[in-house]
Structures are given as structure tokens and as C-alpha cells.
Design a protein around this ligand. Structure first.
Ligand SMILES: C[S@@+](CC[C@H](N)C(=O)[O-])C[C@H]1O[C@@H](n2cnc3c(N)ncnc32)[C@H](O)[C@@H]1O
Length: 370
């Protein structure tokens, strides 16, 4: 059989490519499109220079897509138009133009993809872009299922609640008939709890409740860390100025902790809500130490405050550790030319490879060969 032809839109550092490999798909990426040259260099470094297309997706015509006649489209369009931290302008935001272009192309095509996978932030499901996507899929004769899922459900100690949509061109069908609701689990997944939880009723802050409901044991952060002796503590330590000024807003976890928060592209740049910080000194109580430091600072004793905070041995997760939590294989590496900021930024934009590979396996299952 000839491998399935895949077009990887918004390919970034190739999360979808890795996920398809992990899902054991028989596939070939015909083209991986992205406009970000840093991400493209990382993609090329890992997969070779040929597949990357440094192009604006909206610049490619219907004729091009029909000629390629790909079997699979994967898409993780920019999330800023839908993010709860943004203005949530949806389709009115210029950054959703390329996605709307793809929907238009899909409607006009003769050789439509058999399979489509869309990934975006939680919030996308309430946007007008999601409604336009669903309308296009209906007009183009697809069957589809939507999901809201987090890697915690696979036992990975990292939050990353995301929206996913899987679509198949009829008469292809899913193992479990689509529900017309947003599923909170992957049917038939042997790695995920199967009780039905309608995510529409849940908020992001309720992810802990989901973990409590899950039948899956969540591993500790330590499993995802590089050996301590190989990490240069000083180059990942939190600078003194940041410790004193912003230390109290960090989300701090220890190697023995069974959770960490979502790593975003702002990690390393902003202190709050961009990803967890590691406390390497497991013996000290975090809150108590911060209270003591605040007391010292209030008394004008900044040096004592700093020494107390330093004793926690706080450091950033290394890019490799973030990649581990996001399910990237050991073979994934960065080119030497990429800076640490670029590494965090591109990882923060990417996907959880293991979770997406579970979805990809489900996408290929058919009712008779499940
Ligand atoms: C959410 S990230 C996707 C990351 C990717 N899934 C990965 O594994 O790294 C969105 C990507 O879309 C790219 N992008 C945004 N607008 C684009 C456009 N009009 N044409 C091509 N790429 C675009 C950005 O450069 C960014 O890398």
C-alpha cells in the first residue's frame, strides 16, 4: 500500500509529525507549512530540509491543494484569536485568515482529504471559527467528533487542556458514532479513563476534578527530568531579581509532585501562568519559606530574604524536560543555533505528542477493524 499523504499545516516544530509516527501511521508528510523560520529550522533539523514550506498558508491556491490530493490534513492554527487571555475576536482576528482560507479551499476542492485533525486552545469550541469549521465539514460530507482533553488523562503530570476535532470523509465512520457533544475521553483508548464527562460544563480550573475522576495513575514529575548531574543549575536558576520580585506568583512543583502547569510560549519570559518552576530542594516547605522571606523583606532585610529563597533551589525546567512532558521522543533535538528562549517559545506553541497520537490512532480505527 502507498503511504497516506499528509499535509501538516502550522507545522511549528513538527509535533503532528511525531504524533503520527508514534501512532504508527503509514504516512508521508508531503509538505509542512509554517511562516516561522525558527520553528522551521527546528523542523528541518529533525526531519530534513525537503518537506518544510516557508509559506503563508493563505497564499496557496485551491488548484495547488487539489493537485497534491493529500489524504490527511493536520492543523493547529494560531490560538491567539481564541485564547481566554486574548481579545477572543475569533474570525475577525487577522490571525484566523489562513484557517478561514483553508475552509474555503476545502469547500471548493475535488480531491478532499479523507482525514482531518484540528487542534486549538480551550475556548475555540465557543468561537465563530469553530461554527464555520463545523458548517464546512457538514457541507463537504464529513463525519466528525470534537474533544476537550488534557495529558493528565494519560497519566502525564502536565496540564494542557486543548480542543481537538477529528473528521473523516463519509462513508468512512468512527468506531463510536459521533455524539454531537464534546467528548472528554477517547473511545476505545486503553490508556484513558472512559467515563463520559461533558467538558462543556467544566472550566479550566476544574482540571483537578478530572484527575480525581480518572482511573489513570498520574506519574511524578521526576520521571521527566534530566539526570540532575547533567543539568547546569546556574544556567537554569531563577535570577535573584526575579526571585525577589515575582517569586510569589510562580507555580512551584517538586520532582515528587504529580502535576505541573501548561508550558506556554511565555515561559522564561513571564513569571505568572506560563509554566511551572522546579524546587530542587525537596526538604523545604515552599509556602513557609516564602512567608519567611516576605517577612525579612518587609523588615528591609533583602539579603536574608534572598538567601531564604535561594535555599529552595528553584530552577526552570530545561527545554528537554518540557519536551519530555509534552511527549516528544528522545530523538527530537534542537539545532545548536537555537537560543534557549526560542526553544521554550516553540515548545510552548506545540502540542502534547502522546495525546495527539492517541487521537490519531482513534481516527484510523474503523468499526470493523477496531
Ligand atoms: C499553535 S502553533 C502550531 C505548532 C505546531 N503544531 C507544533 O507542533 O509546533 C501555530 C503555528 O502557525 C504558524 N502560522 C501562523 N499563521 C500562519 C500562516 N498564515 N501561514 C503559515 N503558518 C502560520 C505559526 O508560525 C506557528 O508556528
Amino acid at each position: 500500500m502507498t503511504p497516506l499523504k499528509m499535509l501538516e499545516f502550522y507545522s511549528g516544530i513538527g509535533g503532528m509529525h511525531y504524533a503520527a509516527t508514534l501512532a504508527d501511521w503509514d504516512f508521508e508528510v508531503v509538505k509542512a507549512f509554517d511562516i516561522n523560520n525558527v520553528a522551521n529550522d527546528i523542523y528541518k533539523h529533525n526531519f530534513g530540509p525537503k518537506t518544510v514550506g516557508q509559506r503563508q498558508i493563505e497564499a496557496l491556491t485551491l488548484e495547488y491543494y487539489d493537485k497534491v490530493a493529500a489524504d490527511i490534513w493536520t492543523m493547529s492554527p494560531p490560538c491567539q484569536p481564541y485564547s481566554r487571555l486574548g481579545l477572543q475576536k475569533g474570525s475577525q482576528d487577522a490571525r484566523s485568515r489562513s484557517f478561514l482560507h483553508l475552509l474555503q479551499v476545502l469547500e471548493g476542492m475535488k480531491n478532499r482529504p479523507k482525514y482531518i485533525l484540528v487542534e486549538n486552545v480551550k475556548g475555540f469550541e465557543e468561537s465563530d471559527s469553530r461554527d464555520l469549521l463545523v458548517d464546512s465539514l457538514n457541507r463537504c460530507n464529513y463525519t466528525f467528533q470534537e474533544f476537550l482533553l488534557t495529558p493528565l488523562q494519560l497519566g502525564i503530570p502536565n496540564s494542557r487542556m486543548r480542543y481537538y476535532l477529528l473528521a473523516k470523509q463519509k462513508p468512512l465512520s468512527f468506531v463510536q458514532p459521533p455524539t454531537n457533544t464534546i467528548l472528554g475521553f477517547i473511545p476505545k483508548s486503553t490508556h484513558m479513563s472512559t467515563e463520559f464527562i461533558d467538558n462543556r460544563t467544566r472550566t479550566l480550573d476544574n482540571e483537578d476534578a478530572l484527575v480525581a475522576l480518572s482511573a489513570v495513575q498520574i506519574g511524578s514529575v521526576s520521571r521527566y527530568l534530566e539526570p540532575e548531574a547533567t543539568v547546569n543549575f546556574d544556567s537554569h536558576a531563577i535570577p535573584d531579581k526575579t526571585l525577589l520580585k515575582h517569586g510569589h506568583v510562580f507555580d512551584i512543583v517538586k520532582p515528587s509532585t504529580h502535576r505541573s502547569c501548561c508550558f506556554t510560549k511565555g515561559y522564561y519570559h513571564y513569571a505568572e501562568a506560563t509554566g511551572s518552576i522546579l524546587q530542587m530542594n525537596e526538604d523545604l516547605l515552599t509556602a513557609e519559606t516564602f512567608d519567611k522571606a516576605a517577612e525579612a523583606k518587609n523588615k528591609g532585610n533583602e539579603q536574608e530574604a534572598l538567601e531564604l529563597l535561594r535555599s529552595l533551589r528553584l530552577r526552570y525546567f530545561t527545554p528537554r524536560e518540557v519536551a519530555n512532558l509534552m511527549g516528544f521522543p528522545d530523538t527530537f533535538t534542537f539545532p545548536d543555533s537555537s537560543t534557549i528562549k526560542q526553544r521554550y517559545r516553540t515548545l510552548g506553541n506545540s502540542i502534547n505528542v502522546r495525546l495527539v497520537s492517541e487521537l490519531m490512532s482513534y481516527l484510523m480505527k474503523t468499526p470493523n477493524k477496531s
